[in-house]
Design a protein around this ligand. Sequence first.
Ligand SMILES: Cc1ncc(COP(=O)(O)O)c(C=O)c1O
Length: 478
Amino acid sequence: MHHACIVTQKEIVGIESATGHLKRLAREAPIVDKKWILSFPGGWQNHCRPGPGICSGDVTYLDSLEKELKQWEQSALIRSLRHEPNLLDFSSNDYLCLNRDGSHFRLLQDVIARQNQPMVGLPEDANYKSTKAQNGDGPRMTTSDPDPRNVPFGSTGSRLIRGHWPSFERAEKAFSAWIQAPAALLFQSGYAANVGALSSLTGPGHQVFCDRLCHASLLDGVRLSGAGKHYYDHNDLNHLEDLLKTRKARKGRWILSESVFSMDGDTPDLAGLLTLCEQYSATLFLDEAHALGYYGSNESPGGGLLAHLRDKESSTERIFERVIISAPLGKAPGLMGGFVAGHPTLCKYLLNRARSFVFSTAQPPILAEMIFEIATRFDRGEYNDRIERLQRNANTLRGLMLERGWQTPSQSAIVPLIVGDPSRALELSGALQQKGMDVRAIRPPTVARNSSRLRITVHSCHSQDQLEALLDTVQQYN
Ligand SMILES: Cc1ncc(COP(=O)(O)O)c(C=O)c1O
């Protein structure tokens, strides 16, 4: 049986009577809610003497978990997993319907069909030969790989060891060509990209200025680094400038923003952010997750908000000396993984220092092949029709909401309907579910208190009738 000893800060003296082992553990144990929770598999009597407030037998960590879960349930904040294949999708980030209409699945089949060479490199493989070493006396093992593009499923290691495959470099080149960045480095996810990049680029002595609505992965990266962190009010560049003026940095200054905010669907004044970077010698770390596939330019179709801005501004030649792009691929590109893109020196640095890159198995190379294909297709304009339909649908939905007098901050495919109370958001989501539509209620801690909402995502393959039916249902229950 698993026993635990709970010692509150007030009763810390009680530990003095415990064994040396317990004392050491007590000193090292983390403080949780002002309590030190010490947990032992069996035999707690060996570790501490029973006494009021000092020890309680038969208590496990599960008791406190259950207590918290109950509280979340009571305040309509509990979450659970749901798979809803039969409901009309208004909640995924598959903005361009590349997964919904089977396009990616067919592409994957094509990519796999191309990989029809036998696996090589295994000792028992017929291709595995021993030849005389070119330098030295001993034999040198070689393989005669019939096709160097032969791609296994598992990468078999981290990129810096044996997990590096040409597919990754192909994907990185195709992606940087698409978004017109000099270089890019692929991470396993957007979360890994943001946490890995920010925790290695910033640190003690740096000051990081974060939009208050920045995604958790950006904030976690800064938190891990130990840099100074300052929040500016959402999209408020005056507030940001006030902070930049007053918070001096011994080392670097960084501004963190998203191109399209994931829960509000609005965009920052990107030109204004770049000007502040110039004025205050700061670097902008811009997360383009939800802008890819919506914003872009003729040269970089769907390539994000920076590409959109660069189309209009001529003075952006040396932009990647001041800007770093983060590009999670799980939204419009419909895949998984995340690029950090910018100056080649940045990528070289991250490859050496970003812990989520260095200490983690690389993705399946077959996924990198898919990323290569999709980045190439975006770049060639093959998804332009979808992008146009997506923009048209988002404009239509916002227009229909305005007609009904409903406000939304949206400037993208994410169109939130803010209702405030979490129970109300759940009720509305349930009513839509009854009518065959999947719109999820987003509640704290993902969004601020009193700003629970329906996060509606518009897709390129929605019809106007479907958009109207969605709003009619909301109106009926509102
Ligand atoms: C703005 C933003 N950045 C980063 C991420 C994380 O990306 P990923 O899902 O690839 O880990 C997300 C997705 O949740 C996001 O919305």
